[in-house]
Write a protein that binds this ligand. Structure first.
Ligand SMILES: [Mn+2]
Length: 413
């Protein structure tokens, strides 16, 4: 059995207001070509399919067009996708009856039976090989919000609740599997020890307190396809517990590594190999600075001139970081003038003041812009300013829960 492991597509994302649709379109046509070339049995999408709970229509068209094209190209391909923390679980599941006809399984929520037990049946997906024989079971673990795993069923502890959902599902899968059938888990979660990117993953609940232990996935699970962290990595150096990372850099802090999907081969229950397939970058993200303005202007002057015959959609996105001694009212104008006729698309200017203390992110960043702060950080700062003390942990937790409710607003039909 052969699987493609992908995650964190973030369809519909924009980068400081710039649309990424062209890059997503390039990725999806590249992925279709790799599916044709390698003919895996299964394609996994481990959450954050969309960037927001209310994705633009064009992003939804991208997903459904892709699924139909993949099915037409390879009618025997099974696709399994789960909701991530950026997705709306109910939105992901909405077209499930249609998608089942395309051998595509979309899981966005967990449900509970009348007796209070986890409905494990709907989260267990048989994975057939090319001959139609079930050779493995997929355990689908969509991202779970606190309200879904705490309360009557499992008590109030979020992590313990999630742990119990995992245990019950693995138990049910073990009861169901026949000898020789592999178990493959797909989950959108922050595993302890993972390396986090600077500003695009959005904390699941609070900081790292939410990280799950890899021991949740015992050795009866042959492979764990994870989503959430955008940098490809193993968990605890284990070959079988992996993040494949996002297909495109979602922020300027994610440009320093090669984006990829993982090509996973199993023989029976044994994991044979996990090979990365590198994704070509359709559009470069370029960072200049942090440097004083004069040096920045000199570097901008050296950028390539616009080639009138070239595709403007392929022009790099540019972030400029300027260090200043004092505010420079015509900063944007100077930079924009220097960029006239240059083959780049400016997305962001960050002004950083030399000598000011930094509380956030890189050591070289001084001035913080609003969009560099998470809502939780902003709340903490406002609390500090109003009350002169740090907000306590319970207050931060309550804020995080309210924040999630706001982020989900408008999701209900
Ligand atoms: Mn993500």
């Amino acid at each position: 059995m052969r699987l493609f492991h992908t995650s964190d597509w973030h369809l519909g994302q924009n980068l400081h207001g710039q649309d990424r649709d062209f890059e997503h379109a390039c990725f999806l046509s590249w992925l279709l070509a790799r599916l044709a070339e390698h003919t895996p049995d299964v394609l996994l999408i481990a959450g954050d399919i969309f960037d927001t709970v209310n994705p633009p229509v064009k992003a939804q068209e991208r997903l459904y067009d892709f699924i139909v094209s993949a099915h037409e190209q390879q009618p025997k391909l099974t696709i399994v996708m789960i909701a991530g923390n950026h997705d709306s679980g109910s939105r992901i599941e909405l077209p499930a009856p249609l998608m089942r006809r395309l051998r595509t399984h979309a899981l966005g929520r967990v449900l509970w039976l009348d007796d209070g037990q986890l409905d494990a049946e709907r989260l267990l997906i048989p994975l057939p090989d090319a001959k139609g024989k079930t050779v493995a079971w997929c355990l689908a673990l969509p991202f779970l919000r606190p309200a879904e795993v705490t309360g009557a069923h499992l008590g109030d502890d979020y992590l313990r609740g999630i742990g119990q959902v995992h245990e019950r599902l693995i138990e049910a899968a073990n009861a169901k599997r026949k000898k020789g059938q592999a178990l493959i888990a797909i989950s959108h979660a922050h595993m302890a020890g993972g390396s986090v990117s600077e500003d695009s993953e959005r904390s699941l609940i609070i900081g790292n307190a939410e990280a799950l232990p890899a021991s949740l996935f015992g050795h009866d699970i042959s492979y764990v396809a994870l989503g959430h962290l955008h940098k490809p990595q193993r968990v605890n150096s284990e070959e079988r517990i992996r993040y494949c990372g996002s297909p495109i850099p979602l922020s300027f802090s994610e440009i320093g590594y090669q984006h990829q999907i993982l090509d996973v081969t199993l023989k029976g229950e044994t994991l044979v190999s996990v090979e990365p397939i590198l994704i070509p970058r359709a559009v470069n993200l370029q960072r200049i600075g942090p440097l004083p303005l004069a040096d920045i202007l000199a570097q901008l002057a050296d950028l390539a001139d616009i080639d009138l015959l070239a595709d403007t959609q392929r022009q790099p996105w540019l972030e400029v970081r300027v260090t200043l001694d004092e505010p420079q009212p015509d900063l944007r104008q100077q930079i924009e003038t220097a960029l006239q006729g240059k083959s780049v698309r400016l997305v962001r200017i960050a002004a950083e003041y030399a000598g000011s203390g930094s509380r956030h992110g890189d050591d070289d960043s001084g001035l913080i812009e609003l969009d560099q702060l998470t809502p939780l950080e902003l709340f903490s700062r406002a609390w500090q300013e109003n009350y002169g003390s740090e907000a306590d942990e319970q207050t931060l937790k309550d804020f995080a829960v309210l924040l999630q409710e706001v982020q989900l607003e408008g999701e209900q039909p």
